[in-house]
Design a binder for this molecule. Sequence first.
Ligand code: AMP
Length: 278
Amino acid sequence: MMLIKTVQELQNALAAARSNGQTVGLVPTMGALHEGHLSLIKRARKENDICVISIFVNPTQFNNAEDLEKYPRTLDADLALVKDYVDFVFAPTAEEVYRVPATEKYDFGPVEQVMEGPARPGHFNGVGIIVKRLFDWVQPTRAYFGEKDFQQVAVIKTLVRQCNLNLEIVPCPIVREESGLALSSRNKRLTPEERAKATNIYRILKASTQLNTTDVAEIQKFVADEIAKIDIFKLEYYEIVDSETLQPIRNLNDSDSVVGCITVWANNVRLIDNIRYK
Ligand code: AMP
């Protein structure tokens, strides 16, 4: 494993490593790595000759200064966790990434106009900026993204289409604790009591797939009512959407592939999760 801080070093190292046409798998992360990240990294390792991960808490995708400031940063532990699986860890400073100022403006269309789009203005533009720069620098054969951030996967696929990029986006399933809680770097900010209560999110989502109705408004009401019963929770949204277009549907029968996406505040920590209906 080689730790790399600059774009120039990264490009030199990759040019040497892939001189014989080796494939490159890229896993972009913001660090505070856990088994969810590791599942993407192991898959990238298995499916490619060279495995590159990036660790960078990207300021341009944070619409909330406190969230950016409190985001956990644990580089030493991250390196220890991934050292047996990755060839290159790219962990640049913000100065390095934004040597060229972040003036790019992306328009991802309908997939960014729902859910996290309006809830976090500028977020997906920031994601687009960093991911496109990483793609340009690494030139990966494949890039791996978790379905934990379901909308992000749709946005990145749109980016690849719009920019005509020659790489494969590989979506990877959500990794959960035994309790059902989706692993997330932000879980580190929960107190033990908050963490125990946070397991209700997945319990409620799962229960909502077992209701005897296909009416989306009824399912949404069930989820909202159940979330309201947990004292530390505040529901930001629960949307049931077509998994390709991310547009809301009114009835589960309106689409062949349906996912429910939730954002809940557990006191002052923002948690997201999602579940398949079909
Ligand atoms: P982040 O460091 O939160 O930006 O996440 C980096 C990548 O890991 C993203 O593609 C996430 O969707 C993915 N990821 C984060 N948590 C999980 C999880 N619990 N299961 C699967 N993928 C995850």
